[in-house]
Design a protein around this ligand. Structure first.
Ligand code: NAG
Ligand code: NAG
Length: 454
């Protein structure tokens, strides 16, 4: 309402300027006057509208041959006679009866004689146009608007840019949701689904992303994909799962609850392409690491038998090493925890962990299932890395396997051969100035092993 009112005031100002100013300001000048209000007329046309007057009432005065009071802001048609009552300040108008009518009482007036005057119709039209003209701003307003626009145009552009950027700078959460949708779409080709898994694998390495991945249902979807009929999907699902699980207790708990352990064991126990088995072992290792509850479940579900079958299968050295490494990591992890248990002030959470690990009876079960006899086979590998892992596993398994190893002449022979070889290699290493070289480390493992067999 105030805006409207302000606008109408402006219209009236313009009107009053049109009607009044040439005369109000230039005194008499009757010859060219369209309308003349003498003495006491407000030079400021805006004052003609009182604030509580409804501007909607603005209308054109309909003159008769009698004097009628002009209401403030009322338009006066051509040929009207207007006078001002100096006592009351009221203005009156009537139809012109004779040109140049004289004063009458205390009233003074003049006649609207000029040709450039307004008929009632013209005034109404003019008013209408003034209303429409509201859309057309004054020069000042235009300038102000320009200045504003100059300020805001870059903002508009910036906003557009930000939208474009926003699309490019999708959050990881958005990307994962999109990839998951792509993966889960029945319309997606196998390649598209694999590609979605590949990209997801990259993202779920981050701890926060992996937890978001659970939130959007990705983890369950991936676990469900482990028994897909497409080996390539199984493989990549296991890879995504393994990455999400890595050092992420939240994902570990969620995965065990989601049945990942059983599905992974099934993959490892059944006929599968080598890449699927490798990724499944990776996921299994990630699931078990630092998670005694899962390790316990693993043993209960026959994990050792599954790994044993894997070890004995024709899968090749790579699967054997991975299986043994997984077991070795579990042994060492528990040992480290137990060693920490010797700390003078173990905290409460540590007590809880000790309790959990104490329920993981891995070593006795390993011995029971014949793993003592399996691991030495790896020493025959030509690869130093495989030998290293075998040596470390043998040392870790020493407590339950010691008696067996003491009587194992083949093992003693193999160790002696390795000792000889690594003595030579360690020596040449030292010759190059490398005192703590890799071969020296391997030699140390062999020596230590031989020492325990004596
Ligand atoms: C995957 O698709 C199925 C069927 O269209 C739907 O029920 C499920 O919610 C989807 N899962 C996710 C995580 O989007
Ligand atoms: C995967 O396993 C679930 C239950 O464990 C089963 O409902 C689903 O049909 C299986 N999918 C395939 C492709 O075998």
């Amino acid at each position: 309402m105030t805006v409207k009112r302000r606008f109408l005031k402006k219209v009236l100002l313009v009107l009053s300027v049109l009607l009044c100013v040439p005369h109000c300001l230039s005194g008499t000048g009757t010859a060219r006057s369209a309308l003349m209000v003498v003495e006491g007329s407000e030079p400021d046309g805006e004052a003609q509208v009182s604030d509580d007057e409804d501007p909607e009432d603005l209308e054109v005065f309909q003159p008769t041959d009698q004097w009628q009071e002009l209401r403030p802001g009322q338009a006066v048609p051509a040929g009207s006679h207007v006078r001002l009552d100096l006592q009351t300040g009221k203005r009156e108008a009537k139809l012109q009866d004779s040109p140049g009518e004289e004063e009458e009482g205390g009233r003074q007036g003049t006649v609207n004689t000029e040709s450039q005057t307004f008929t009632a119709q013209e005034l109404k039209k003019a008013l209408k146009h003034f209303k429409e003209a509201a859309v057309v701003p004054t020069d000042e307003e235009k300038e102000a608007a320009e200045a504003l626009r100059a300020q805001f145009r870059p903002l508009d552009e910036l906003k557009r840019d930000m939208e474009v950027l926003g699309m490019m700078m999708e959050t990881d959460f958005q990307i994962m949701s999109r990839l998951l949708q792509q993966f889960n779409s029945s319309a997606a080709s196998l390649e598209e689904r694999v590609s979605a898994l590949r990209e997801l694998e990259y993202l779920v390495h981050q701890v926060d992303n992996a937890q978001d991945f659970i939130t959007i249902g990705g983890l369950q979807l991936v676990i469900g994909t482990l028994n897909s009929s497409e080996a390539v999907l199984q493989e990549h699902a296991a890879l995504v799962l393994g990455s999400a699980l890595s050092s992420n207790p939240v994902v570990q708990v969620e995965s065990v609850e989601g049945g990942a352990l059983q599905k992974l064991l099934l993959l490892l126990a059944t006929e599968q392409p080598l890449p699927v088995k490798k990724k499944a072992l990776f996921a299994m290792a990630s699931l078990l690491r630092h998670f005694p509850f899962a390790q316990q479940r693993f043993l209960k579900l026959g994990g050792l038998q599954v790994l044993e079958a894997l070890f004995l299968s024709s899968g090749g050295a790579s699967l054997r090493v991975r299986a043994v490494t997984l077991l070795y990591d579990m042994i060492v992890e528990k040992e480290l925890i137990l060693q920490h248990g010797l700390d003078p002030v173990p905290d409460a959470s540590h007590e809880a962990r000790l309790r959990q690990y104490s329920q993981v009876s891995l070593l006795p079960q390993l011995a029971e299932r014949g793993w003592c006899g399996l691991v030495p086979e790896l020493l025959a590998s030509p690869e130093h890395d495989v030998r290293e892992k075998a040596l470390r596993a043998l040392l870790a398994m020493m407590p339950p396997c010691r008696e067996l190893y003491r009587g194992d002449r083949a093992l003693a022979g193999a160790l002696s051969l390795l000792q000889e070889q690594y003595q030579g290699l360690a020596e040449s290493e030292r010759g190059f100035g490398d005192e703590d070289g890799y071969f020296g480390e391997l030699l140390g493992l062999v020596d230590s092993m031989l020492g325990k067999l004596r």
